[in-house]
Design a protein around this ligand. Structure first.
Ligand code: AMP
Ligand code: ZN
Length: 469
């Protein structure tokens, strides 16, 4: 598979360290609020990647953290803890908030057919692992204690800006937002590994550590959780593009300082979904959630389809109109699958040809819109219905649009509908007979009976017409 690697800023052949087995890490959600559909765009793209790797015969071991501590309102280690802020907003404890929004996140994932990673680890369950890693970083001289906090010393690195997209101005953003500068840092790129002192002394969750009662910085959790479950050679690390700096940059710094060698080969970053008014954010007012889409009558899978139509490395603008179009296209796709009769046999050559096309699309830096084209090509191909259905089934194990089950549901619904239509026609015929026989009571009875079932009759010069009320 050719995949774009943010670390080298090039498309490369994706080759796992161990043949046949992929170790994949995903930055999980910060569970202080519902996930917005932008966050979920990232998880949909990662889900397609994981499923495609499995589809092509690789074993995938995937780990995701849940950020339930340490993520501050500014990524530059300043501001208030997001979890604490969520707890205050809802008058609940941090752990209640974490549990509630973790469950809500996986509910949303389920609705979008995003597979739950094999291993999901809340940061608060790994405090001893963070402490161990920080201790080693201190021993190796990559960290220092200052003003009560433990900091990573970025001056020890040969290269800090691995993704090379940043300038000093970005780092000053915090200052521009009016957040106080951290005077305890030796250099402004240094970041906190463990806090015992912060402006926000009312941090609810604190743990004992060799440096005093405190709590971990945000970045350490992903390094430690990943190493704990996937070892010190990671094949691929995923996240939204906003995580590249400072989060992933800091993860690389501390992980490689800790293990003394290259840590992760591939960095997979998904570009943002933006609303037409700009950036999507959980912290600012009303935001777009899966529940909101449902309230507005959208099938969550229509949103998945909407995401698959575009490339993960292009930013995507959300609008209700664009979602409407995607929903209509998705509905049409399902009805086209429903129209396929399961006849004939599966011709192996044809089957392989179309699978190769689908494979070529996804192995080309996960080009999901081309993969959809490969699917449409199958629908219009001159091959047996059985072969088409087998191919749809195979492709959908990656696309996860529930095509076969939705098509089956549609077929049942239309069968019921046509059964109902036949029944109505029969009752209308009987009513006409009754009228001919001047049996007005029977004719009225039939009319009322249909009315009760939600069917209205209209006598027109062209005959009797009916409609649903
Ligand atoms: P968070 O819950 O804020 O930690 O974010 C969860 C995931 O969503 C991370 O991988 C982020 O990089 C990603 N993300 C945040 N905002 C967006 C967005 N507007 N579009 C796509 N992904 C996003
Ligand atoms: Zn992370």
């Amino acid at each position: 598979m050719r995949l774009y690697n943010s670390a080298t800023r090039a498309e490369e052949e994706f080759i796992p360290n161990e043949p046949g087995r992929v170790r994949m890490y995903t930055c999980g959600p910060t569970v202080y609020h519902f996930a917005h559909i932008g966050n979920l765009r990232t998880y949909i793209a990662e889900d397609v990647l994981e499923k495609y790797l499995r589809w092509s015969g690789l074993e995938v071991e995937r780990v995701m953290n849940i950020t339930d501590v340490g993520h501050l309102t500014s990524d530059a280690d300043t501001g208030e803890d997001k979890m604490l802020k969520g707890a205050r907003r809802e008058h609940k404890t941090v752990l209640e908030i974490a549990r509630y929004y973790t469950d809500a996140f996986f509910e949303d994932c389920k609705k979008l057919n995003i597979r739950k990673p094999d291993t999901v680890v809340p940061a608060t369950s790994c405090i001893p692992d963070f402490i161990e890693m920080i201790s080693v970083l201190l021993e190796k001289g990559y960290a220092y204690v200052s003003g009560g906090n433990v900091y990573f010393d970025t001056s020890r690195l040969q290269e800090y800006y691995v993704f090379n997209k940043h300038n000093e101005e970005d780092l000053l953003e915090g200052a521009r937002e009016g957040v106080e500068k951290d005077e305890s840092k030796r250099s402004k790129t240094d970041f906190v590994l463990w806090f015992t002192k912060s402006k926000f002394e009312d941090q609810e969750l604190k743990w004992d550590s060799p440096w005093g009662l405190g709590y971990p910085g945000w970045h350490i959790e992903c390094s430690a959780i990943s190493m704990k479950h996937l070892g010190d050679r990671l094949d691929i690390h995923c996240g939204g593009i906003d995580n590249a700096f400072p989060h992933h940059t800091n993860e690389i710094a501390q992980s490689e300082a800790y293990c003394g060698h290259k840590w992760c080969n591939f960095w997979f970053h998904v570009l943002h979904l933006n609303s037409d008014s700009g950036k999507m954010s959980k912290s600012s007012g009303e935001f777009l959630t899966v529940s909101l889409l449902e309230e507005k009558g959208f099938d969550p899978l229509a949103y998945r389809f909407f995401c698959l139509q575009s490339h993960y490395r292009k930013s995507l603008v959300f609008s209700w109109e664009a979602l409407d179009n995607a929903a209509a296209a998705y509905k049409k796709l399902v009805s086209r699958v429903a129209a396929i009769e399961n006849e004939g046999s599966v011709d192996e050559d044809a089957y392989e040809k179309y699978r190769t096309d689908f494979d070529a699309a996804l192995s080309n830096d996960l080009n999901t819109s081309l993969a959809l084209t490969a699917l449409y090509d199958v629908l219009k191909a001159g091959i047996s219905g059985a072969a088409k259905l087998a191919l749809v089934d195979s492709f959908d194990s990656v696309l996860s649009l529930d095509l076969l089950s939705r098509a089956e549901r549609l077929r049942k619904e239309s069968a019921q509908e046509s059964g109902l239509e036949a029944e109505i026609e029969e009752l209308i015929r009987k009513r006409q007979e009754a009228r001919k026989a001047k049996n007005w009571a029977e004719a009225d009875r039939i009319r009322d009976c249909l009315k009760e079932r939600g069917i209205a009759l209209e006598d027109t010069p062209q005959g009797v017409k009916w409609k649903k009320i």
